[in-house]
Design a protein around this ligand. Sequence first.
Ligand code: BGC
Length: 979
Amino acid sequence: MEEVAHQRSEEEASDTSDAGELEPLNRPEAEQPNAGADALNGVSKPSEKGAQPTKQRTKSAWRRWLTPSRFCCFLSALFLVTVLLLLSAGGLWAYKAGTPLYGESDSWYPSPQGGTVEAWRQSYERAAALVSQMTLVEKVNITTGTGWSMGMCVGNTGPVDRLDFPSLCLQDGPLGLRFMDNATAFPAGITVGATWNKDLMYERGRAHGFEARLKGINVILGPAMGPFGRLPAGGRNWEGFGADPVLQGIAAARTIQGIQAEGVIATAKHYVANEQEHFRQSWEWGTPNAISSNIDDRTMHEIYAWPFAESVRAGVASVMCSYNQINNSYACQNSKLLNGVLKDELGFQGFVQSDWLAQRSGVAAALAGLDMTMPGDGLFWQDGQSLWGSELTKAVLNSSVPMDRLNDMVMRIVAAWYQLGQDDVEQWPKPSEGGGPNFSSWTKERIGKLHPGSPDSKETGVVNQYVPVRRTAEGGDHDDLARKIAREGIVLVKNEDKVLPLSRNASGHPSLTRDEKLRVGIFGEDAFNNPRGINACPDRGCNEGTLSQGWGSGAVELPYLISPAEALRGRFDSQFVDLTYWPTNVVQHVDGTASAQELCLVFVNSDAGEGFISWKDVKGDRNDLYPQKGGDELVQAVAAGCGGKNESGYPVGDTIVVVHTVGPTILERWIDMPGVKAVLIAHLPGQESGNALADVLFGDHNPSGRLPYTIARKEEHYGPSSKILRVANGLAPQQNFTEGIYIDYRYFDKHNITPRYEFGYGLSYSSFKLGGLFVHPVGSWTQEPKRREASPVSPPQLDRHIPDPEQALWPEGMQRLRKYVYPYISTAAEVKQGRYPYPEGYSHIQEPSPAGGGEGGNPSLYETLVSIQARVNNMGPVAGDAVVQLYVLYDPDTVGYGNKALDLPVRVLRDWTKIYLEAGKTEGVRFGLTRKDISYWDVERQNWVVPRGRITVCLGFSSRDLPPTACSTLPHVVAEPNP
Ligand code: BGC
């Protein structure tokens, strides 16, 4: 069996029952009255032997026994016991203090029902027809996972066999299929972001969805758009697409459209503001509560929620709430963010699932808008004590959770299933006809246990069918697609003396005239595969050999890995080129080897991952932004000596540096060295690493990647609040997002800091020019969007009647597996009556948000208000892709609603296009700016508002390369107050 990832001991976790007197959730033994009493008796009972000593004898015996050294020991022991008692009391207090049920974030109730938009109407109608036939326990079964490793996937819901509604299989995501055979290891999200290629974003999603469907996966746990990248060292930034809301949003939307075009449910995760691994969840990092990301409303809208809005607009059918707290309320029970922002304002129609064990309470989470608990386990891994399952059954039976809410949870899940066409038995055969997952996450053997997580699991069957999925019947080749994405995700940041592209046969190099072979050295462990095997570390949780992905649940088994060294060996013509390898980062004696080369390629990297794995002292989040494993020293040593030195002491040979990295990496220790001629940021390329790199190095692909974040000169330049919080500053560590909307390039621009390479930057072997800019306002320039209209569709209403508890009892004779999560109760007496402590604001019915009304928000937010056209010309000698980026800038005196002062970023990315141009060719590009694109979030109006002031639209090739001729200020259009 594979190592069970994520698992923690029970002692580490805390309990949180929010069912009050009504629903005492099961507590760990230690907390029960009299627990452990026997054990205590065992040590404290006096011995029976030698009984009845006289008082006198006892006294003198004591005197004799209590020598000074013994007295000293006695005092020390007393001290130790006192300290231990105090610590346990503190621990018990922290433990009892437990999870805040509702916390401090604003409340938003009741949870809006799904089924309010035309695009989902049919699915909801069909769901209503099915769900209305379900019993209470059947409904609960659909909302609750069966427990970690109780089925074949990382998440498995309970089925309703009677009505042919299957157990849903949920599997990671987001760069490929986790724990899988014969599937593609695609480039990671950050690499995809760096391609700036919207078509490839879609195609990768589609291929991901295709592979999932063929493996019997209903729900992919991706794409990731949180973490957003606020902290450059954040361990999981690489799973998402880059540190800008529009880049994240468009990439996420395209990925979702691709996945869902294959009929697989995509999951937008992690909602929201889970920006670092340290303290991401309770107890994992020693604190009883997870970190709280404290964010103001405007920042939430303009930065963190933006990509989720785009995902909802793209029709995403699932959203995963994150581990952390936001404004001191857990993400999975934060009613403001789930009920308010996601379901009301953004009009989300699908279901909210918890991250794995991110649910911290039963009733509170249901009321706040959680629809599915994953993996079903409650506060602890694999103890069979779910916060839902039978607890939810009881909570509905005693009406703590209204039947309407349960109906809505189930409707959202079943409607999503219909919406994606998963009722089509051709595409999704029934389990009885060979459907369902055809792989096991827990073993590579063909035959295995069907419920490996349960100690009672005896039943075995064929669990792995090894279905190959890397090619489609229509000839689609995912290896090829992975290569295209990987090469477009490589950003060329330096190319002095046009050292690149390289020639296969060294043509033009002086070595040829000497009739000698060109001597090329390949340096660094990162150019070679891990000698222990490409999948040697579980969940890729180590940095050994060439870096192709980060680690954690977002990593996958590599079917193969083309290392850079292997690809270069295949690509250089051995008749003209001699290769020398230096497969380590050891610098001792490297100068000798370097000086014997004419061209030196050095490989360095920087790795990170999910916090449940640590590699050396990297506990998920990176410790710093420099290359790891002595990479800087290696580059310095090679670059200083490559090709030997001339009379002035400069290296004669050229050094090319390749950086495989999870995110922003500081290059300052060598970037300006005279020998360093070219630098490529190759990100996390997946299985096709070497081939993709060779395509760029040799010019088969003209480099077209652009930075999806800023590369600073110093770590401090990202700002004082850009550091990982590593030492807990409270029982629930607090992280204040004081920089607000000023993240990454917005921070550099605001504070006038010159980065080494700015957001959006990247070189090509060609050069491009923009011209013919034409910008004009269109549509109606009111300050706010149109008034929100009543929902065109009403959610179907199901029976609210609470059934007789007898109907929820265990079916007679049913075999029960220990630790498996079931929806049944043992006796009707378990259903206690009383008053549930509803949160403040629970009975206050919220006004619908004026910014809502459709998927992604008020449809009027997406009307075009500015139309833009321009021409782009390839002026260089070779064909290539131009990445034309569109930024919006505001005059400094721009004011907000009611003419109040307004702080606005210097410029913000609002769209881009990647266009392929033959040498010398010119083509037109077009853009449209929506109302939302030019608005800011007004906290008082609780709406998007077009500010008053002059708006300038700039096209360019990076956030700092916006030629004045490609900028145009809109005629002075003043947004009018709404009629
Ligand atoms: C991660 C999620 C992942 C889940 C299931 C969690 O630890 O945060 O991103 O989808 O595990 O593997």
